[in-house]
Design a protein around this ligand. Sequence first.
Ligand code: GRF
Length: 193
Amino acid sequence: MALLIGCKKIKTAVFISGNGSNLKALIKFSKLKKSPISINLIISNNAKSKGLNYSSIYKIKKKIFDFENKNLAEKKILRELKKEKINLICLAGFMKILSEKFIKNFKGKILNIHPSLLPKFKGLNTHRRAIKNKEIYSGCTVHFVNSKLDSGKIILQKKVKILKNETPKSLSKKILVQEHKLYPKAIIKIFRH
Ligand code: GRF
C-alpha cells in the first residue's frame, strides 16, 4: 500500500466501543521502531468505553460521537479525521456498522479485527456459535473493511484450538491474546515494501 511516504509513520485512528484491549496492543506496537503507524486519535460511539482511559494514559486525543444520527456522526468523524490528517482507520471492537459512503471515503484504508476464522461466523456471538457448531478450531481474522459486514479481503488469520468443555468466555480470552499479536502483524504485512 502506497501510504508510507518517506520515514513518517502513518497517522492512524482507532475506533472502539468497549474495553479497548486491542487498542492498547496497537498503541504499544505503534511505539516500536518497526511499526509503520502512529496512533493519533481514538474514536468511540460510547462515552463509557473503558478503552477511552488509554487516551489519558498514553496522551492520545479522544473523540466521542453519538450514533443516534449515524449520518451526522459519520460526517463529524470524517471532519475530525481530515483535521488530524488520519490516513488509516483500525476498527477494534467498534460495535457500529459504518455506511458505504463513509467506507468509500477511506477506501482500502480501514481495517478490522474479528474473533473468528472468517468467512465463518460473521457478526456477533462468534464464540458461542463456534462451540455450538462443534468446530475444532476458531481464531481471529484481520481484514480490510468493505461495505459488507466482516467480508473484506483477509489479511491474516490465527487459528486457536477449541478444547473440550470450552466456554464462550474461555475461548474469547484465548482468542483475545492472539488478536493482540495478530493486528500488529497484519499491519506490518500490508505496509511491507
Ligand atoms: C475483540 O474480540 C474483537 O475481535 C471484537 O471485539 C472485541 C473487542 O475487544 N471485534 P477489545 O475492546 O479490543 O478488548
